[in-house]
Design a protein. Structure first.
Lengths: 112, 116
């Protein structure tokens, strides 16, 4: 069964610290993996999209990594800011023509 | 572009009433998706359209749910009759070309539905 599991479920860190969020998937055959940021009360916004051949992609202070062999991805946030407080959702797609599979997200709280 | 526009942002209704949620996709996008988000289940795909034609509605939970896309710039999701378990945030998203899995999704701000 195609599944996406994220950990931890929630995380609290101090402003300025780094953190890493994890995503494990069992989707096959794999097409691409996306990370979305969802602020409270808003819609998800895309951070990165990675295909099979890409193992790292950055978007400002956000860096996503992908290991297609172990079917794992991580999202690293550097020098966290209060505005990073949000839910981060990992989304995996199989080859074209099938649905995107969403993780349930990691809720990050950055405190001052 | 203004992005994906959804209305209403909030809807509170009583059980048994009809609910209509509306979506205007980004101009030029040929795919439109309706998702439902709950704490328990996360984001779930309900239905998606390609060039205004419904392609996959297997995620629609019951016959009480229906969706239409009469033209490229407008879609509705209707629940009739509504039930308390339909309470959730409903998102509309659109994308351009590339098929379901390669086009980047742009989400609206969602419609929060509460059924009493």
């Amino acid at each position: 069964k195609n599944q996406v599991e994220q950990s931890p479920q929630s995380l609290i860190i101090l402003e300025g610290k780094n953190c890493t969020l994890q995503c494990n998937y069992t989707v096959s055959p794999f097409s691409n993996l996306r990370w979305y940021k969802q602020d409270t009360g808003r819609g998800p916004v895309s951070l990165t999209i990675m295909t099979f051949s890409e193992n790292t992609k950055s978007n400002g202070r956000y860096t996503a990594t992908l290991d297609a062999d172990t079917k794992q991805s991580s999202l690293h946030i550097t020098a966290s800011q209060l505005s990073d407080s949000a839910s981060y959702i990992c989304v995996v797609s199989a080859q074209a023509g099938t649905a995107l599979i969403f993780g349930k997200g990691t809720t990050l709280s950055v405190s001052s | 572009d203004a992005g994906v526009i959804q209305s209403p942002r909030h809807e509170v209704t009583e059980m048994g009433q009809e609910v209509t949620l509306r979506c205007k996709p980004i101009s030029g996008h040929d795919y439109l998706f309706w998702y439902r988000q709950t704490m328990m289940r996360g984001l779930e795909l309900l239905i998606y359209f390609n060039n205004n034609v419904p392609i996959d509605d297997s995620g629609m939970p019951e016959d009480r749910f229906s969706a239409k896309m009469p033209n490229a710039s407008f879609s509705t999701l209707k629940i009739q009759p509504s039930e308390p378990r339909d309470s959730a945030v409903y998102f509309c998203a659109s994308s351009l070309g590339g098929g379901l899995n390669t086009g980047e999704l742009f989400f609206g701000e969602g419609s929060r539905l509460t059924v009493l």
